[in-house]
Design a protein around this ligand. Sequence first.
Ligand code: AKG
Ligand code: FE2
Length: 238
Amino acid sequence: MKGLESYRLVGLPDRAYYIPDYISEEQEQLLCQKINSVPSARWTVLSHRRLQTWPTQLLNGSILPTSDAIPNWLADPIIPRTIDLGIWSASPHGCANHCLINEYEPGQGIMPHEDGDVYYPMVATVSLGDGIVLDIYEKSEAGPRNAVYRIYQEPRSLLVTTDEMYTKYLHGIQEILIDKDLNSEMVGNWHLLNSETKENIEKNGGVLERRMKRISLTFRDVKTVRNLAKFLQINRQS
Ligand SMILES: O=C(O)CCC(=O)C(=O)O
Ligand SMILES: [Fe+2]
């Protein structure tokens, strides 16, 4: 893998990076197997997607109540590679300590939103299964907005967003079965996509049907960590 700067998305606000084929097909399959073999209680089922939270859910939506690491089956080789790329070099723990696994059926998505200041402003997203378009929106008080940028996430890719891309823009995935207008002008990471992906999209006139489940692994560094076991001990002693 080359240095991070070779994967920079130009023409988009500062900063985003896209690395195709970040993991292998074997690694993708193993991850899918593991994700699907956890106890069903591990899934939080929402109306438009379901998700797993590792190593555990946040307390009050802001505190990671454990110093346990993300399990190896989920962390390897993804996190060590992100560390090698230097993306956590300025983050509070120098590493991702939290991962959300989102699963979308074809036609499902996530409303435009921002991830907020609970996390160090950096997200590393690995995609599994189907490809999908991530839309980037300007923050606006006024009604419906159109995406200002679009990023096509291929399976096995890594997308990194940070700085203004994290703090000043919203991101979302439309709840549609067919992504349209996919071309070099509309898709901010077009130059970094696999040539087969581009040929396939061009052959279909810039249109792609979502046919399979898509799973995203979003790695972040939660700023506040409390070791709850220790905390309870101290409280019991006092
Ligand atoms: O699935 C994705 O790529 C985006 C997920 C997301 O925005 C989130 O979990 O906050
Ligand atoms: Fe998000």
